[in-house]
Design a protein. Sequence first.
Length: 456
Amino acid sequence: MRSELVSQEKNFVTIKVELEVTEFQKSINMTVRELTQKINVPGFRKGKVPRNILEMRVGKEGILIEALESIMPDTIDQIVKDYELDLIDQPEMEIEKLEEGKDVLLTLTFEVAPEVKLPELETIEIEKLKVNVTDEMVDEAIKNMQKQNAEHEKVDRAVEDDDVVEIEYVTNVLDEEGEIIKSHEPATVNVDLGLQDLRPGIKEALKGHVANEKVEATVQVEEDYADPEVAGREIRYDMSIKEIKVKKLPPLEAAFFEKTLGHSVDSEEAFREEVKNRLVDRMTQESDTMAENAAVAKVADKTEVELPETLINRQIEHIKKEDTENAQKRFNKTMEEILAESGMELEDYESRVKDQAERAVRQYLVLDALSESFDISIEKEDFESEVEPLATAYNISTDTLLRSVFKDQNRVMEMGSRIRYKKTTKELLSKVSIKEVEKFSSLEKNTEEDIAEQAE
């Protein structure tokens, strides 16, 4: 095989290929043998069909095309290796000459990853939240642990703060005039008035009332609420109080310490210290993750790269597929029904999906370029570290779990990508300028909100 680079425009590379006649003839002979084994021709046993009869059945050109297709995978692999191409799609092939007994002439056009011009990483500055765990935060964490392990005791009095109230309720979706447009079936649930994320209005409506009384609460649902049927609308809850219960918090003693920590400690002081350490670990991880995301986002914004339409379109299809599956799984509805109920025009949806796809492709290309510039490699030890927590949780050896993982190529690829991302972002943080702050500036806060929105 001989090849010649013809042109390179943007992220498209065109290469002329000449396959020698002897190489092509071997493929023709093999193709003929395989076809004679497959095709049934009356009067001939399989494998004994003469060449001229075979050509009458499938056509001479059909034999040549199939012979060419059989050697193209190895041919393309060799060209990719010779020219060090980073493909993002299968090449387009133009046949210039395809005759038996002569060299084959082809033109292959490869779409490759575009050039990515990263900014000077030292010029990138990000804000990183300081981790400061106070005694008050430890107290709150312990109180929440007690509430999660509390027993509920029925009381005969009016509802108070922090009670657990069993209610039967009906959800009514209201229109702009406050009229009911849809009512859901009655349901029974325990409402914990101590929860911070309880919808405003519900707690106030229940407080001061006793069992068997009926109350109602009207709330405004967020515009971006998951269910488009109620997103942005007013909801009225018609509630009937069934039972009022008070939380009996477990005492701070050895049994509670062991239950919540998973092991025993010597004293309440030791318990508080471990709770504090766990808070520090969790908040440090959250701070690191936000810093990594902010660094990637800022580098991506300052990177020069022309996004390939092929990758964008591929990502668009992926997003649409996920949206369709989620709509069916969560709401048992089609995307058309979801869009109609939410009031979003198809054109607006398409625009939003394209924006998401472009951001995802840009970030992918930037991370890939960063990984290459950092010379990131993945070793067996990286896989071991990745699966170690899971192996510990299931009480099996790391090697046993790894052997299971390595049997599934998809899992290996997925885990490898995750490891590469972690190592790349960690290295990135060591290159950019980090400013530790007590709280984000308004600009940095907007960046974090944008990142969170993209993640959703």
